[in-house]
Design a protein around this ligand. Structure first.
Ligand code: 4AD
Ligand code: MG
Length: 439
């Protein structure tokens, strides 16, 4: 059966009213009222009620429905008909049903909307978890985000690059590196494509981006940290200063929200998310941000970074003051940023850097990079690094290097904030954290 008939998807049934079709999918639910039996079927396009009647359905198929378990894979030959009373408005009258793969009972997790299954168990059985349409919708939105940013980079003259994930270089901070045994020699999992993206700006591409895994050996157990995440990194040459990078990000964020609102309308609706489109994204220096926080009784020393609590509070203050869900915090203290950031002349002891906060969570960090080799060397030394141990990085600035800058976003963080999920793990199919490296 099914060999000569072409499969019809659930969302195409409307165009086949009254005609015999073949549908295939998972059994979401069975309701057996003896003379009439309902099977709710689900495929990648949605769900649909199908029904079997003693008078119309082949007797073997009619009997088979009694043995059906939830989440089994079946195929049905039947006829779609209008039914204004059903929430689907159409239903499929089953002529023949066959089981392709019977699901065992009980299922290890409950993937219905009312599920009480804990997140750990759900992640252990993620392939069952995402059969729930709402869980599935998160990844449909995430997939659109990738498509939309990719288009945006492409339209703006960026070249997509792929850089090694096994490397000897770590520049964000030494402590976060995962060591790997590379034929008896220690190497690291890339904690950022930072050096490589600069390398290919210098290589003449001028504008490059990469969407790829990033590894951080951070033992943090928070709702926003993972040990492996997907970085959306870009770098651009011939900038005036870090504001050019922020201008680009502002355009990118606007384009992203506008298009995801349009292209993932159904999924956003299903998840109950209403997106408001950003207007102008305010830019506040770190010093100004600290002043705002001080008014609320949160004080920091000049050299300190913000903690996540203050970022959250700042998010609320910005929403109140500027009616914006986004804010750039600029000019981070030199003390808390990596050595490759260019120092600010305008604001001493700060860098030409910024973080982008979305609903009170950092989703991106960026800066203008130091491209003058003598200054670069001095800054490395100032941070206690020996330039002689980083000759491959240093060489980038010795043979013709334009002023440049860029930023890195966490795709998981964007998804997490955009959909207002309470845990970043909900935005990743198979999250990695200090306790979880399987499946
Ligand atoms: O702020 P980070 O560490 O910056 C860099 O990696 C720089 N190379 C970027 C640049 O071009 N200057 O990481 C960039 C972004 C963060 O803003 C955050 O969204 C995400 O990556 N991120 C994490 N996401 C999940 N789990 C973690 N442990 C993360 N660490 C950073
Ligand atoms: Mg950062």
């Amino acid at each position: 059966m099914g060999l000569t008939m072409k499969r019809t998807l659930i969302n195409e049934l409307k165009q086949h009213l009254g005609q015999e079709v073949l549908v295939q999918g998972w059994v979401q639910e069975v309701r057996n009222l003896s003379k009439i039996k309902f099977v709710i079927l689900r495929d990648r396009t949605g769900d649909m009620q199908t029904l079997a009647l003693q008078t119309d359905t082949e007797p073997d198929s009619f009997a088979l429905i009694d043995t059906l378990t939830k989440e089994s894979v079946v195929e049905i030959i039947g006829i779609p008909k209008e039914n204004k009373e059903s929430r689907w408005e159409i239903e499929v009258l089953i002529k023949k049903l066959s089981i392709i793969s019977m699901a065992e009972v009980p299922l290890p997790t409950d993937n219905t909307d009312k599920s009480q299954t804990q997140i750990d168990k759900r992640l252990d059985y993620r392939f069952l978890d995402v059969r729930n349409v709402k869980k599935n919708a998160i990844f449909k939105v995430r997939s659109k985000l990738v498509k939309i940013v990719t288009n945006f980079f492409d339209k703006n003259g960026f070249t997509n690059i792929n850089t090694p994930k096994m490397t000897t270089i770590g520049v964000e901070s030494g402590a976060e590196l995962f060591e790997v045994n590379y034929f008896g020699k220690p190497v690291y999992l890339a904690q950022s494509p930072q050096v490589y993206k600069q390398m290919f700006v210098v290589g003449g591409f001028e504008r490059v981006y990469e969407i790829a895994p990033v590894f951080r050996a951070e033992k943090s157990h928070t709702m926003r940290h993972l040990t492996e995440f997907t970085g959306v990194d870009f770098e651009m040459g011939f900038i005036q200063d870090e504001h050019d990078v922020m201008d680009f990000i502002e355009k990118m964020v606007k384009d992203l929200l506008k298009n995801v609102k349009k292209e993932a309308a159904a999924e956003l609706g299903m998840l109950g998310v209403e997106l408001s489109l950003p207007k102008k994204i305010p830019r506040l220096t770190m010093a100004a941000a600290k002043k705002l926080l001080a008014e609320k009784g949160k004080t920091f020393s000049e050299d300190a970074d913000l903690d996540s609590e203050s970022e959250k509070l700042l998010g609320e203050l910005i929403k109140e003051k500027y009616n914006s869900e986004f804010v750039f915090i600029t000019n981070y203290p030199w003390a808390v940023k990596p050595f490759y950031h260019m120092k600010s002349e305008k604001f001493p002891n700060t860098t030409k850097s910024f973080d982008l906060l979305y609903n009170g969570v950092e989703i991106a960090s960026g800066s203008q990079r130091e491209h003058r080799v003598e200054v670069w060397r001095a800054q490395a030394r100032e941070k206690g690094l020996d330039p002689a141990t980083m000759t491959k990085y240093e060489e980038l600035f010795r043979y013709g290097c334009p002023p440049h800058g860029g930023a890195g976003f966490g795709l998981d963080r964007i998804t997490h904030r955009l959909l207002k999920l309470d845990n970043i793990r909900e935005a990743v199919l198979l999250p990695r954290d200090p306790e979880r490296v399987s499946p």
